[in-house]
Design a protein around this ligand. Structure first.
Ligand code: ADP
Ligand code: MG
Length: 678
C-alpha cells in the first residue's frame, strides 16, 4: 500500500500479469508507473445501471440484459464459436460468440445466469447480439471507457486499474472543492451508480475538477519555480539614461506613444531592481515593439553590458539588424549579425569578439543559443516573436549569463496570447501590453474575393502599382514542405510576371539563400519592386511602410492569428490600405465564418481568442510550445475557467519545501516531460 506519489516511482510491470509486451503497449499511452495508470482517466462512461427487458429491445440500440441460458450449441466450420439463447421474463434473444465453445471452462453453462451488453441486431424474426460483452461484475453501475491502444482491451485495462487502486492508500490531505486526490481517483475509475453521468461525460464533475486543477497547478509550478530561482540571484542594475533616450528618439524621428512610454518605464523599473527582468511585451503588429527594444538595448549597451537580440528566422533577424544598425550605429554601438549562414572565419572572429566582450550588440537567430556562443558580460537578452521558440529554449538562456549573475530577459510577441494560455506558457514572466498603435495609421479594409475574380483583381493590382503603391502577394500551402511552398510561390511569380509584364515583381521564399532574400527585401523596401510574391516567411516583422495592398491566396488554409500577422504588413504608412483574401473554391461553413471574422475585426486579441476556439491550443501555439504543455487530463481550452484556481494553488505550493514540490512535479510531469523532450 502506497500513496500516489510513491506509486509514481513504481514501474507498471511490478503489477501482476504485466509483462514486457503489455508494458510496451501501456508505454505508448504514456503509462510507465502505477501512478501513471491511475491518472489514465476514462474518456467517457457508459450507462450500465439499467437492465432492459429483452422484449423491449429495438434493433440498432445497445443495451444491457440479464437472463438464463436456456439453450447452447457449438458452431463448427470456418468460424467456430458458440450460440446461446438467453431468456428473461418477457422474451428470448440469440447470442453468438466466436472463438468460444461449449464445454470450455469459460463458456457459460446451460441454466447459468448471464449478464451481457451489446448491440441488438435482427436475424430474420429473431433478435440477436453478436459477440456481446459478458459482464462479470455483479454491480449495476457506470462503466468507464478508457483511451486504448492496439492490442489492449477495455476489460484488461479496467482490471489493471482495479489492481492499481488496491495499492493506493493514504492521502496527501489536500482537498479542492471537498475532494481529495485519492477520493477523486477512486470515484472516477469506479463511479457509484448515483453519480451524475452527464457531468462526468462533459468533464464537469467536481472530482474531475480536483485532478484538472492540480494538473494545471503542477504545470504552472514549473514556470513559477524557474522564476523564483532566477529572482533569487543577483542581476546588474541599470540606471535609466533619460538624455540618451531623448537623443535616440530624435534619431528615430518620432515620439513614443503613451503605451510605448509606459512599457519602457516598466522595463526600466525592473532593470533598476538588482533582480533579473523577466518580462513579456505583447503588442499588436506595428505597435512599435522594436522601437521599445532599441531604447532599452541602447541604455544597456551604454552601461557596458552585452546585449543579444534574437528573431525566429533569418529574414526577421536581418530586418532587426538593419533597424538596430540604423538607430544605434550613430551612438557608437553598431550591431553584429549571427545566423547559421555566418560561417568560417567571419563566424570565428565574431564568436571571439563576443567571448572577449569586444562586441556589444549581436542580432541573430537561434544560432545565438548554441553552446559555442559565449559572452563575457551578457546583461540583456531580447527575444522577438517568442511564440516561435520553445519554452525550453527560453529557460536555457540562463546558462549564457556570467557566473553568479542572471541576464535580464525581455520577450516580445505580436501574437496576442489569450490570458489563460499565457499563464501556462509564460507563467514565469511579468506582462506588459502595448495597446495602442502609433498615430496616423490607416485602418485596413479587408475584402473577401473568390478565385473566380482573380483576373479582375490583377487589373486592380496593375492600376494600384501604376499609382506608386506597393503590394504583397502571399501564397499558402497546407503543411507543405519548404520546397513545395517555394515551388508554389515560384509558379505564382511566373504567372504574375506574364500577366503583368509592366510591373517589377520580386520573389521571396524560405529556400532562397539569406543573402538573396535580404537583397530582394532591400529592393522592395527601396521601392525598386512594385510587387513582392512571397510565402508566409514574411508573416512577422517585415516592415515596408509604402506597401499598402496585401493579397493572400487561399487564406482558408491559415489560422486567424497568422492572417492577422500577414495583414499587419500593410497599413503602416499614410495611404489607405487593403487586404484581399482570395479564397479557393471549396470554402466550408467554418471557412466562411473565419474569413468573415477577418473582415469584421482588426483586433488581434479578439482574433487570437477566436482562433484558439476554432483551432485549439496545439495549432494555435505550434507544436514546439504545445509539446511542452502536454497534459494528461486538463485541456487548456475546455478548462480555461479553472486556470485562476490552478494559479492560486501553484502559488501556495511555492511555499512548500523543495522535496515536496519535486514530488508533485514528478507525479504530473515526470514521464510527460520526458516525452515532450523526445
Ligand atoms: P512591431 O515590431 O510592434 O510590429 P515596429 O517596431 O516594427 O512594430 O514598428 C512599426 C513601424 O512603426 C516602424 O516603421 C517603426 O519605426 C514605427 N514606429 C514605432 N513607434 C512609433 C511611434 N511612436 N510613432 C511613429 N512611428 C513609430
Ligand atoms: Mg516587430
Amino acid at each position: 500500500m502506497s500513496d500516489l506519489f510513491e506509486l509514481s516511482d513504481q514501474a507498471v510491470h511490478t503489477l501482476r500479469g504485466v509483462g514486457p509486451t503489455l508494458a510496451a503497449r501501456l508505454a505508448t499511452l504514456g503509462i510507465a508507473s502505477i501512478a501513471d495508470l491511475l491518472l489514465h482517466l476514462p474518456r467517457t462512461y457508459e450507462d450500465r445501471r439499467l437492465l432492459r427487458n429483452i422484449a423491449s429491445l429495438r434493433v440498432g440500440e445497445s443495451a444491457q440484459i440479464e437472463g438464463e441460458v436456456v439453450a447452447q450449441r457449438s458452431l463448427s466450420g470456418r468460424r467456430p464459436g458458440l450460440e446461446l439463447i438467453l431468456r428473461d421474463e418477457g422474451g428470448e434473444i440469440l447470442l453468438r460468440f466466436f472463438n468460444m465453445r461449449a464445454g470450455r471452462s469459460y463458456a457459460p453453462e446451460l441454466g447459468a445466469r448471464l449478464r451481457v451488453y451489446g448491440e441488438v441486431r435482427a436475424q430474420g424474426q429473431r433478435l440477436t447480439m453478436l459477440h456481446p460483452q459478458i459482464e462479470h461484475d455483479s454491480r449495476l453501475t457506470l462503466l468507464p471507457i478508457y483511451p486504448l491502444v492496439e492490442g489492449l482491451r477495455q476489460g484488461h485495462l479496467r482490471a489493471l486499474i482495479t489492481a492499481a487502486l488496491r495499492q493506493l492508500d493514504g492521502d496527501d490531505g489536500l482537498r479542492i472543492a471537498d475532494w481529495s486526490l485519492h477520493g477523486a481517483l477512486h470515484y472516477l475509475h469506479q463511479p457509484p451508480p448515483e453519480a451524475d453521468l452527464a457531468l462526468l461525460n462533459r468533464t464537469r464533475h467536481p472530482a474531475q475538477y480536483r485532478l484538472i486543477v492540480e494538473e494545471l497547478a503542477a504545470q504552472q509550478l514549473a514556470l513559477l519555480r524557474h522564476k523564483q530561482a532566477v529572482q533569487s540571484q543577483a542581476a546588474w542594475r541599470l540606471h535609466a539614461d533619460e538624455p540618451l533616450q531623448q537623443r535616440l528618439l530624435t534619431t528615430m524621428g518620432f515620439t513614443l506613444t503613451a503605451a510605448q512610454a509606459r512599457v519602457v518605464t516598466e522595463i526600466l523599473h525592473d532593470l533598476g531592481r538588482g533582480r533579473a527582468l523577466q518580462r513579456l511585451v505583447q503588442g499588436d503588429v506595428g505597435s512599435g515593439k522594436t522601437a521599445v527594444a532599441a531604447l532599452v538595448a541602447a541604455q544597456a549597451l551604454q552601461a557596458g553590458w552585452q546585449v543579444a537580440l534574437m528573431a525566429p528566422t533569418d529574414l526577421l533577424a536581418e530586418q532587426l539588424y538593419d533597424k538596430m544598425h540604423r538607430w544605434l550605429t550613430p551612438f557608437g554601438q553598431s550591431p553584429a549579425f549571427l545566423s547559421g549562414r555566418i560561417t568560417g572565419k567571419a563566424r570565428r572572429q565574431l564568436l571571439a569578439a563576443l567571448a572577449q566582450g569586444e562586441q556589444g550588440l549581436v542580432v541573430g537567430t537561434h544560432a545565438l543559443f548554441q553552446a559555442e556562443v559565449s559572452f563575457q558580460r551578457l546583461g540583456l537578452v531580447i527575444i522577438d516573436e517568442q511564440h516561435r521558440f520553445g519554452v525550453g529554449q527560453r529557460l536555457a538562456l540562463r546558462d549564457k549569463a556570467p557566473a553568479g549573475h542572471e541576464a535580464h530577459l525581455l520577450v516580445m510577441t505580436a501574437t496576442p496570447i489569450p490570458r489563460t494560455l499565457a499563464m501556462s506558457c509564460y507563467g514565469d514572466l511579468d506582462c506588459s501590453v502595448i495597446d495602442e498603435l502609433p498615430p496616423g495609421r490607416q485602418p485596413i479594409t479587408t475584402v473577401v474575393l473568390p478565385q473566380g475574380r482573380r483576373d479582375e483583381l490583377m487589373q486592380r493590382l496593375r492600376t494600384s502599382c501604376r499609382q506608386g503603391r506597393q503590394a504583397y502577394w502571399v501564397c499558402t500551402l497546407i503543411e507543405a514542405s519548404d520546397s513545395l511552398q517555394a515551388q508554389a510561390a515560384a509558379d505564382c511569380h511566373a504567372e504574375l510576371c506574364q500577366a503583368l509584364p509592366e510591373l517589377r515583381i520580386g520573389l521571396v521564399h524560405g529556400r532562397l539563400s539569406g543573402e538573396h532574400k535580404a537583397e530582394v527585401m532591400r529592393a522592395f523596401a527601396a521601392a525598386e519592386l512594385d510587387l513582392l510574391v512571397a510565402t508566409t516567411v514574411i508573416e512577422v516583422g517585415v516592415d515596408v511602410p509604402n506597401a499598402s495592398l496585401m493579397i493572400i491566396e487561399n487564406p482558408e488554409r491559415l489560422g486567424l492569428a497568422q492572417l492577422h500577422q500577414l495583414r499587419g504588413r500593410v497599413g503602416r504608412g499614410q495611404q489607405d490600405s487593403y487586404c484581399v483574401l482570395l479564397y479557393g473554391s471549396e470554402l466550408g461553413a467554418t471557412g466562411r465564418q473565419r474569413l468573415a471574422l477577418m473582415r469584421q475585426s482588426q483586433d488581434g486579441f479578439f482574433l487570437a481568442e477566436q482562433d484558439l476556439l476554432l483551432r485549439g491550443p496545439g495549432e494555435f501555439l505550434g507544436t514546439r510550445q504545445a509539446g511542452v504543455i502536454a497534459l494528461r487530463i486538463a485541456d487548456l481550452q475546455r478548462d480555461a475557467e479553472l486556470m485562476p484556481a490552478a494559479h492560486t494553488l501553484a502559488q501556495q505550493w511555492l511555499q512548500l519545501p523543495a522535496s515536496e514540490l519535486s514530488r508533485r512535479h514528478r507525479l504530473w510531469q515526470g514521464e510527460r516531460a520526458r516525452f515532450a523532450r523526445a
